[in-house]
Design a binder for this molecule. Sequence first.
Ligand code: PAP
Length: 329
Amino acid sequence: MKSFFLSINKCVEMSYFHSSLSFPSSIATLLLLFPSNMFNQKPSMAEDLQELILNLPREKNLDGTNSLYLFKGAWVSAYVLRAVDSFQRHFIAQDTDIIVASMPKSGTTWLKALTFSVAKRHLYDPRESPLLTTPPHELVPFFETDLYMKDPHPNLEQLPPPRIFGCHSHFANLPESIRNSKCKVVYICRNPLDQVVSFFQFTHQFKQDGTPLLSLDECYENICRGVHSRGPFWDNVLGYWKASLERPDKVLFLKYEDLKEDIISNLKKIAEFLGIPFTDKEEKEGVIEEISRLCSLDNLRNLEVNKNGVRPSGAPNSSFFRKGEVGDS
Ligand code: PAP
């Protein structure tokens, strides 16, 4: 019976991730028939946002476009602003949710793969992991650039627990229900010098329009002023750092450099934090090492699924796997 439920769980999960419209149930059909904002009696905040945007401080993004806005104390790209607003106002957390949070380019993709593998290991043997056929960013979608970008009121109820989401918002801006429920937040930070080099290289890889990119010096100057996507850096990092000290059962604060140095003990830390520590049997069977190998940069980078395809933002899947070095700056 248990395996029956596990396979149902798997089907629901995979059908959702492969296409948000392919969820094969009457609930999904109803959702298609009724627009998601039909039950929303209040005027849409998106309209108010349009007015608000006119008054928000605005600065250049790393890609040279004048498209960074200071929204609730965080610099956010114009294209994602509405989604950030919808997520922060509407998402309702469940106690079993897991949120993978970070500044961009701090090791998010890696942490998503690790967290997914640890949290769903009762469903998937690492040798048959969905990570072999689906990019980490699809298995663990971002609230902002995936879910709330597609729909200001996405229906996430049908996802089987634990639901795992990614997020670049500051801790102070997380929806109340994330901060007040029992859901868990795993945060990763990275040396800001490496983080900015990573971001700079990323932007250069797939820049398409003719706007001249900021030079590396200009990037550093902006970052020192706190002006960069999801910055200021210290506001983002320290929000989660303080929360991890005040509520260690709620927020786990990890460092990219520590994961590079000792992935095994950090995997154990993640599993313990999530309340599902590795058993002696699992340790003896080498499950931790297998997860570490599965999620390694070399392994993920060389999978066909991560060599091809493009994210909704236009970024190729391959652009999330570069050098992965400490001290690249
Ligand atoms: P995101 O926030 O846009 O999702 P994110 O995954 O945080 O990006 O950052 C990408 C960085 O993580 C890249 O660093 P680099 O530019 O310095 O090389 C990428 O190489 C690195 N990365 C991706 N996957 C892994 C992994 N499995 N192990 C270690 N580093 C990784």
